[in-house]
Design a protein around this ligand. Sequence first.
Ligand code: FAD
Ligand code: NAD
Length: 490
Amino acid sequence: MTKQYDVLVIGGGPAGYVAAIRAAQLGLSAACVESEAYADPKGEVRLGGTCLNVGCIPSKALLQSSEYFDQANHAFVMHGISCDSVKIDVATMMRRKDNIVSQLTGGIRGLFKKNKVTLLVGHGKFVVPPARVATGAETGDEDDIWRIEVTGAKGSEVVQARHVIVATGSKPRHLPGIPVDNKLVCDNVGALSLDGVPKRLGVIGAGVIGLELGSVWKRLGAEVTILEALPDFLAVADQAVAMEAWKVFTRKQGLNIQLGVRIGKVTVSKKSVSVGYEVGDESFTLECDKLIVSVGRLPNTDGLGCQTVGLKLDERGRIAVDEHCRTNLENVWAVGDVVPGPMLAHKGMEEGIMVAELIAGQAGHIDYNTVPWVIYTHPEIAWVGKTEQQLKAEGVDYRVGQIPFLANGRALGQGDTTGFVKMLADAKTDRILGVHVIGNNASELIAEAVVAMEFGAASEDLARICHAHPTLSEAMHEAALAVEKRALHF
Ligand code: FAD
Ligand code: NAD
């Protein structure tokens, strides 16, 4: 008999697996189709998508290991701790990273069992649309059902579902003329599994991946050159944060970042890569032992059967959705990297939850203005809401409170005083419009600002809240006080 579910999710990444679990929690029969893209050493399909397998989790594991190495080499000495011969064993570092990935991906399998989500292994694709969608005519219940073909190594089957949630994620964008083999020329997959520290590492794209993975290999001893097409560094971040980051990354940490670059001919030889590029009228060549291409990601709709059923894509190939992640087809939803919006795991997870709750008849809503961003460099960069340049462009009257970590006792104690907290509030209402942090633990500090903005807080609300002393969060408190020009410690 044909298997039938209330909800069928295509894609087992953070957006998809969370949607499936939430649907099951709400009493709906739920299944999740995951292709054989990622597998454990025994050949079992791994859930968790890009994020757990080749994204957020492995990159953060390597960032942590390389950060310890860097601290042992450069920061411990100020505490009177000497480490004369610090060494890095890349194989051990990679094994640790792989173990974390195994632990977490296995954990999702456990969560599926616990919540009674059925895992269907194979590539999912829409086959014929329900009769009612195809003809526009009202028909019986039987014909309101979507049919999805799941094709895996063990064969093919067609399953049915009342609701389909597409969560097929994204894949790395490659550049014409630069074939990625994930040995010499890598995208995120190869860059997270290098078998040693390259002497000279080239990176194309000074975005989030370029900066995070460039930092990993720089800390471990590589000479890193990052080639960025845009003339501005970190254009998505608040300008003050981007300027501070530029100073630290280039002058203090020695990342060589070239802006306004036009990539030319790339030649791959047996053991090295040669990248021709131009800046203005001048031509250069970068010789490197490994090259990482990190120039953004593309929505993944390969072989999904979009045309068969008339699933609408936007001009950039993403599945077109409304503010509730509804597609143009009845009872077909799409979430995560495959739809417009920032390609962030937590944004996808929230969309998955929202859709599952809407299907179950509950209310669901996401405020995209309060989705936090974090770049896990050192110092970390995190923000929520509007940047100062956005507010200026929108003609909003705002006030600024900015506090450096140099004025924070905990930061001094930790020996890590780089950066600041910057708060932007509406000049008339005092409502917080944006918060930008560059500094140690910015990833954790930003949560307070997200909560404040979700609750529509004014800067005065944060200024009146008692913050533990001595903590880095006092810098958030002081930034709120600074909006009113009444900071106490700066
Ligand atoms: P994905 O995670 O891409 O999952 C989609 C899944 O669908 C995949 O498992 C794929 O195999 C499967 N699939 C695709 N098509 C089909 C099909 N037809 N049938 C069956 N299965 C299919 N985000 C953060 O928020 N924080 C970070 O620190 C962070 N770090 C990152 C670091 C790197 C190096 C990279 C590359 C990304 C990082 N991201 C980070 C982004 C994050 O990984 C993505 O935003 C997130 O994984 C998107 O989730 P998703 O579920 O939409 O898609
Ligand atoms: P990105 O969009 O962050 O950065 C890509 C960079 O490449 C941009 O600065 C762009 O101007 C540059 N670029 C594009 N074409 C170029 C060219 N031809 N030559 C030189 N430079 C070029 O993309 P990414 O770093 O590949 O990351 C992909 C996505 O993954 C991001 O959108 C991000 O949302 C997600 N991600 C998030 C995190 C995090 O949350 N900490 C970490 C890694 C990745």
